[in-house]
Write a protein that binds this ligand. Sequence first.
Ligand code: PNS
Length: 161
Amino acid sequence: MRRAVCPGSFDPVTNGHVDVISRAAALYDELVVAVLVNPGKAGLFSVEERMELLRDAVADLPNVTVDSFQGLLVDYCRTHEIPVIVKGLRAVSDFEYELQMAQMNRELASIETLFVPTAPQVGHLSSSLVKQIATFGGDVSRLVPKAVFDRLAERTGRAEK
Ligand code: PNS
């Protein structure tokens, strides 16, 4: 059984994340999308909300499950016997930090990292930009799954009547 984990903050999940998750799901028998619980950073959505929005976004991918984790990602991998981390790369600027983490995770626990280059159509997407645009009334409908769009509209007080 080939298993991998796709970790992140997912605050909230974007179409860029969905691109990487769906392509990784095609490469592994089981893919776990793991949301980082970061007690030092509140975020716009709670971890439970992020997981709910992720579950909705991956509902058509039967081999994908959603979970959360606290602490080191390699400890989560060891506990769940997951040997591979999947990360999306949007641009060269992502690579430097991602390479450092990949090398460190391999040193810590012999966990390999697979990089998936995002589709060019979603290469400019990030959760923080989406939140900023939604907060100031910009249109994010093409950038996030429908359920995320609706939740952002509620949260920013711009829900359609
Ligand atoms: O979506 P993000 O915020 O870019 O995801 C970053 C994440 C959660 C993958 C990264 O911060 C992480 O792995 N955090 C867990 C703590 C950890 O293992 N740190 C050591 C990394 S070498």
